[in-house]
Design a protein around this ligand. Structure first.
Ligand SMILES: Nc1nc2c(ncn2[C@@H]2O[C@H](COP(=O)(O)OP(=O)(O)OP(=O)(O)O)[C@@H](O)[C@H]2O)c(=O)[nH]1
Ligand SMILES: [Mg+2]
Length: 446
């Protein structure tokens, strides 16, 4: 996410980091570069102008010329101004005391409304709510089936009927919620290629008649300043409550995320980071600024792990793992367990994007998920006994495993070798040779 922007910022920052003292001319030169980086990222020019002015005023008001570490002061100021630009604090979804709370999802065609509706339903259920969805896109063929199919995937009920009248469907869906104890109704509406009168009237009627608790405007972040413009036009007509930026997993330059809040004065509430139904993140201005500044987003990573760990790693399992480690009995079954847990956290690229500096290490290269899949295929092709006692893996067993996992004997040998190395490392760590272990990775002693 925002790799290019983050890399460019890094280069510009190294210019100012190289200076022990700064002059006003240095600051101006530096800010000119920052300005260029932001414009390149497709940030609205007026937003950039105000941003640069704010950073400058702020920096000058902090005695930057006599500061011991002027670079840090300037970089911190940019960080806090970025947070401010994106809305300072997280704004959550609001719910009403009436049942159901109605959340209406609107936006242009293909922006990701239907996908987001299912992602949000799934997310809200994990937070203890009981959602249902209403299929109110009666125009695009197969739109209703799409929502029903997504609903099935996350096991959330979808209300639809063949009345062909979006308002009626939504009203019937509300009745369905009241009868079935569903406290939240997410209404998926139709999209259009461009804003047109008919579409706007339809959502205006839905708004007036349904009185939704929240209207969320969904927009594809890849469309840059166009996203900002449509957000503005929709807002003029609909006065929605929040913005959803989708497709931030692509190589978005960042312009929409950075300028939309300042131009439309409505908060970004969630971002979409993939096609899968768990690829949704609540939007936090400070965490997003951290990613742009190349600090990573460890808070989200830890949260993501915490969501999985309580279910997967119960006390008993942890204890067993600890015992096995103590007795040097960590086997392929445990290895497989660990692999599967990492996989639950999402694609490797998503996990890595949250780790500070990882983006830089990858330098824009795609993360190759294949090796991990290969390792998993090899281990799952072993019998339980073989996983427990890899020493019995003779030539014929290895041949069978290679055939069963669609890999080669060399692949199987490699996995077994890696496993033995891992076992050796665990032993070293246990013998208190932590520093030796760290040397393997060029990590300074601790
Ligand atoms: N990479 C990526 N793809 C997404 C994301 N959100 C949605 N998509 C994809 O974008 C395409 C369009 O998504 P939909 O949810 O059908 O969009 P929509 O706004 O409902 O489209 P219409 O109903 O035709 O107006 C689908 O292929 C989705 O899988 C995202 O966050 N990242
Ligand atoms: Mg749709």
């Amino acid at each position: 996410m925002f790799e290019e922007l983050s890399n460019k910022f890094d280069k510009v920052f190294s210019f100012i980091r190289g200076k022990g003292k700064v002059t006003e001319a240095n600051i101006d030169e530096f800010l000119r570069e920052v300005r260029r980086v932001l414009l390149d990222a497709d940030v609205n020019y007026k937003v950039v102008k105000d941003f640069i002015q704010d950073v400058k005023n702020n920096v000058l008001s902090q005695n930057v010329f006599t500061s011991i570490n002027p670079a840090q002061l300037i970089i911190n100021t940019i960080n806090s101004q970025l947070i401010k630009l994106m809305g300072e604090k997280r704004t959550d979804i609001h719910f009403s005391n009436n049942i159901p709370s109605v959340i209406m999802v609107v936006g242009l065609q293909g922006s990701g409304k239907t996908t987001f509706a299912a992602k949000l339903a799934n997310y809200l259920r994990s937070k203890g709510r009981s959602p249902a969805m209403a299929a109110c896109d009666v125009y695009r063929p197969a739109a209703i089936e799409q929502l029903i199919s997504l609903g099935k995937q996350v096991n959330i009920p979808v209300y639809s009927d063949d009345s062909k009248d979006p308002l009626k469907i939504a009203q019937n869906a509300s009745d369905y919620c009241r009868q079935n104890f569903k406290d939240t109704l997410i209404v998926d509406t139709a999209g259009r290629l461009a804003i047109d009168e008919e579409m706007m009237r339809e959502v205006e009627t839905l708004k007036a008649e349904l009185n939704p608790t929240e209207i969320l405007f969904v927009v594809d972040a890849m469309t840059g300043q166009d996203a900002v413009n449509t957000a503005k036009e929709f807002h003029n007509r609909l006065d929605y409550d929040g913005i959803i930026l989708t497709k931030l997993d692509g190589d978005t330059r960042g312009g929409a995320a950075l300028s939309i809040r300042a131009v439309v004065t409505k908060p970004i509430k969630f971002v979409g980071i993939g096609e899968k139904l768990d690829a949704i993140e609540p939007f936090y201005p400070d965490r997003m600024a951290g990613r742009i500044m190349g600090h990573g987003d460890l808070t989200s990573l830890v949260e993501k792990a915490a969501e999985i760990l309580p279910q997967e790693l119960d006390e008993k399992k942890l204890k067993k793992l600890e015992e096995k480690l103590n007795k040097n009995k960590f086997d392929f079954n445990d290895f497989l367990d660990q692999l599967q847990q990492i996989k639950k956290m999402g694609p490797l690229s998503q996990i890595l994007s949250m780790i500070p500096g990882a983006d830089k290490m990858l330098k824009g290269r795609e993360v190759d998920e294949k090796p991990m899949k290969k390792v998993e295929a090899v281990i799952t092709s072993m019998t339980f006994k073989e996983r427990e006692n890899p020493n019995i893996l003779n030539g014929s067993r290895r041949r069978r495993i290679a055939a069963g996992s669609g890999t080669t004997i060399q692949d199987v040998n490699r996995v077994i070798k890696q496993f033995h190395e891992m076992q050796r490392m665990i032993k070293q760590m246990k013998k208190g040779k932590m520093n030796n272990f760290l040397k393997n990775f060029n990590i300074p002693n601790i």
